[in-house]
Design a protein around this ligand. Structure first.
Ligand code: ATP
Length: 630
């Protein structure tokens, strides 16, 4: 099933309710993925309608029989008790068949809707997995969850009952019109006189309901967003006693949603009342004119009964017009919001002709790389960055907070594309290799650890599900998490809780290092992954990593300079540019910014010296740019 259009941008357009039957048609067309269900559902609907319309005719005949029996006692067919019994049996059989077909129609409709709902859910989840980081930077997960759950339910509801109800109503009106008009033109016209008003009211109600549903769904998204954020930040909320503040924020949107919901109900009820009134007015007219015609002997009482029964049958579908319009209004705004995501194409994907990475252990090279985030294109985060990293070597990146270290790491796994310059591994530009092969070779252990609520072992083997427990414990050992886990009663089988809440910050970091190691990447990037470790444990992790590293290229990003002092080369980043580079001793000898940071961390700077960093940084940058670092 293809749901996406290839050229849609990776941003969500603002949703506005225009006249949007196309989106409903697109949704309804998805039923064609289940052609047999559709064909049988339509056959059942048609059959049920025909049997429904037979009932007034049979009732009319029965009334005429009764009338004859009452006035012409003893006359045989037509007007015999036998004929009446046959008609009664026929009416029961028709009712039974109608009931059977209606049940089947309901089952098939629901089954089709459930299947489409499943397809949509899967397609939506798959799309979220494939969309790039910059999509997720721009779109809040609370909003996406609301689209994937609430909006999807809105579409499913319409598919489940809305479509078949609408088809039933159209068939009843279509076939019934022919039936009543052919029975008596005037009574037929009177019995259908409410239809134009119903159609106009339904159209107006549909338009207004679409607008209110769109607004309501936006509020629902906002509420999911707030709920998700406050749940994620529960510890912060409690720590700052901000319960009331959070509640007020949530309630503010809740009240807006409630108001619009009430408006929606009022619109629906007003329209439904008008439609019902018009319906009963038509029925009264039919009774009045029909009764007179019966009295004048123009028509039989049976025919009047037929027309009245037809109208009585229409009563339920007419009542359902409100539901049909409401569910189609909800579905059209829901489907629009759902398709907005489904139609987004990942901005980062395999380029045509992309090849697998040929030399995963080739030299990693940044060649005059500059970068700005798509959401802030005029703010360069990396400027003209160049370096080479050979297999088996370690490169460290240090610098002030916000200087671009994590950004540099993200570019290597092609989570974003460079704005200018080139990143290559071996002789291949990473833009021309397949994303899967690149990400299998580059393991990025991120600054913010994220663990799934599964066992510690399964978290570690997340990138390599086939790894056996021996391989898992081996990397657990290297990351110094092994001893911690064996203390737990269930060891590696211990569930770590939501986002690893049952582990300490340091344990979470070490578990994610183990996860990064297990995939045996050729380039391992550790982005400030030991910041929560004590110095002794950190040194043990570093030592184990050095032993494990064999032919891997390692990039270590850290604030603590003791963590990087053994690296083969250290880059000092400032505002996205490299201001110093060299090994630890060379950088100390330069007495530049690195030297200053080193002294600062060693605690050998006196208080007045603490103000010199900006001057020093400026000097370092100038010297570096001029190519004459001291
Ligand atoms: P730290 O040491 O604090 O982790 P860092 O050196 O790793 O910082 P980055 O995370 O690379 O810094 O951020 C560099 C700049 O890019 C910052 O100004 C930050 O605000 C900006 N930035 C980071 N991520 C994004 C994003 N997804 N969209 C837009 N700007 C971003």
């Amino acid at each position: 099933m293809t749901l996406s259009s290839p050229s849609a941008p990776e941003t969500l357009p603002a949703s506005r309710a225009r006249v949007v039957p196309r989106v409903l048609l697109r949704l309804a067309a998805m039923a064609l993925n289940y052609p047999w269900y559709c064909v049988f559902a339509l056959i059942c609907t048609l059959g049920a309608t025909v049997f429904t319309l037979l009932t007034p005719r049979l009732l009319g005949l029965a009334v005429d029989q009764l009338h004859l029996l009452g006035t012409e006692q003893g006359v045989d067919v037509p007007g015999s008790p036998t004929g009446l019994v046959s008609l009664a049996v026929l009416i029961v059989m028709v009712a039974a068949l109608r009931g059977l077909l209606t049940g089947l129609q309901g089952f098939l409709g629901e089954a089709t809707a459930q299947n489409i709902g499943h397809d949509l859910r899967l397609a939506f989840f798959d799309k979220l997995q494939r969309l790039s980081f910059d999509f997720h930077d721009k779109n809040h997960s609370g909003d996406l969850i609301a689209r994937g759950m609430l909006d999807l339910e809105g579409c499913r509801g319409f598919l489940e009952s809305g479509i078949l109800r609408a088809v039933t109503l159209i068939l009843l009106l279509g076939l019934g019109t022919w039936q009543v008009l052919s029975a008596d033109l005037v009574l037929g016209l009177l019995s259908l006189s409410f239809v134009p008003i119903v159609l106009i009211t339904a159209g107006r109600m549909g338009y207004v309901l679409r607008l209110t549903w769109t607004r309501l769904q936006e509020y629902m998204s906002e509420m999911s967003l707030k709920m998700e954020e406050s749940l994620q930040g529960m510890r912060v909320v409690r720590a700052f006693s901000a319960k009331d503040f959070e509640l007020a924020k949530f309630d503010e949107v809740g009240i807006r949603a409630l108001k619009i919901s009430n408006q929606r109900i009022a619109i629906r009820m007003r329209s439904i009342s008008l439609m019902n009134f018009m319906y009963y007015l038509s029925m009264a007219l039919v009774l009045l004119v029909g009764g007179r015609k019966v009295m004048e002997g123009v028509i039989t009482i049976g025919l009047l009964t037929e027309v009245i029964t037809f109208m009585a049958i229409l009563q339920q579908p007419v009542r359902q017009v409100g539901m049909i319009v409401n569910s189609s209004a909800r579905a059209s705004s829901s489907a629009k919001r759902l398709f907005e995501v489904l139609d987004c194409e990942p901005s980062l994907r395999d380029l045509p002709g992309a090849q697998p990475l040929r030399q995963p252990d080739g030299v990693l090279q940044f060649d005059k790389v500059s970068f700005a985030y798509p959401s802030a294109r005029d703010v360069p985060v990396l400027k003209n960055v160049s370096f080479k990293l050979e297999p088996g070597k370690t490169l460290a990146v240090v610098g002030m907070s916000g200087s671009g270290k994590s950004t540099l790491a993200r570019l290597i796994g092609r989570f974003y594309d460079v704005s200018s310059g080139r990143i290559s591994i071996g002789d291949q530009d990473i833009r021309h290799v397949t994303l899967d092969s690149l990400r299998q070779s580059v393991s990025l252990v991120q600054q913010e650890t994220f663990l799934f609520d599964i066992s510690a072992a399964d978290n570690i083997r997340y990138g390599r599900p086939d790894a056996d427990i021996h391989q898992v414990t081996q990397v657990g050992n290297a990351a110094q998490i092994d001893a911690d886990l064996t203390v737990f009663r269930q060891g590696y089988a211990t569930r770590v809780g939501e986002r690893g809440s049952r582990l300490s910050g340091g344990q979470r970091q070490r578990l994610s290092i183990a996860r990064g190691l297990l995939v045996e990447p050729s380039i391992l990037i550790l982005d400030d992954t030991t910041s929560a470790l004590d110095s002794l444990t950190e040194q043990k992790v570093r030592q184990a990593l050095r032993e494990q590293a064999d032919n891997k290229a390692c990039i270590i990003i850290a604030h603590r300079l003791s963590s990087v002092m053994h690296a083969d080369e250290i880059l000092v980043l400032e505002a996205g540019a490299i201001v110093e580079r060299g090994c630890h001793d060379q950088l100390l000898a330069k007495k530049g910014f690195y030297h200053y940071l080193w002294q600062l961390q060693a605690g050998t700077l006196s208080l007045p010296d603490l103000n010199v960093d900006q001057d020093l940084l400026g000097r370092s940058r100038q010297q570096f740019v001029q190519g004459v670092p001291s």
